[in-house]
Unconditional design. Structure first.
Length: 153
């Protein structure tokens, strides 16, 4: 079973629970993700989640089909034990982000968690951009619309 199917099944289950619970805070978070997805998706790179994870496997990032899957009732996260990256999928909109986990480098310097691009590197944002424009470009480079192969979920 691929990540896209796991995501789709878990997403349906969570959306049903959230709607039944009628919790205004949870509904607001889902609606925010839904609105942002529809507002920005046309500018995001489209990526097949399963094919992307398959590439990860070749880099030994995800080592098997038995992923650790967690959720905070707004995002579904995929990671493997000792995994350098975490894939965070929104429930309100079908998109995902990749986050490199915090680490300590060979010089003993601690680096915080950060979102990365599809190449697993932090995106380069020109220094001349103002705060909002820099944030929008960064988000454009670190959000990916999920696609799927024909005949799959």
């Amino acid at each position: 079973m691929g990540a896209k199917i796991i995501y789709t099944d878990k997403r349906k289950e969570l959306l049903n629970e959230i709607i039944l619970n009628n919790d205004p805070n949870e509904l607001k978070g889902i609606l925010t993700d839904y609105n942002n997805f529809h507002k920005y998706v046309k500018n995001w790179q489209r990526v097949n989640l399963d094919e992307f994870i398959k590439k990860f496997s070749e880099k030994k990032a995800i080592t098997s089909d038995t992923y650790n899957v967690t959720d905070n009732r707004r995002k579904i996260k995929f990671f493997d034990d000792g995994f350098e990256y975490e894939i965070s999928c929104a429930i309100g909109g079908q998109y995902f982000r990749i986050q490199r986990q915090a680490f300590i480098d060979s010089n003993g310097v601690k680096h915080g968690a950060e979102y990365v691009g599809i190449d697993l590197k932090p995106p380069k944002v020109p220094g001349g951009l103002r705060k909002q424009a820099a944030k929008e470009l960064f988000n454009h480079l670190t959000h990916f619309a999920m696609t799927h192969k024909k005949g799959t979920v």
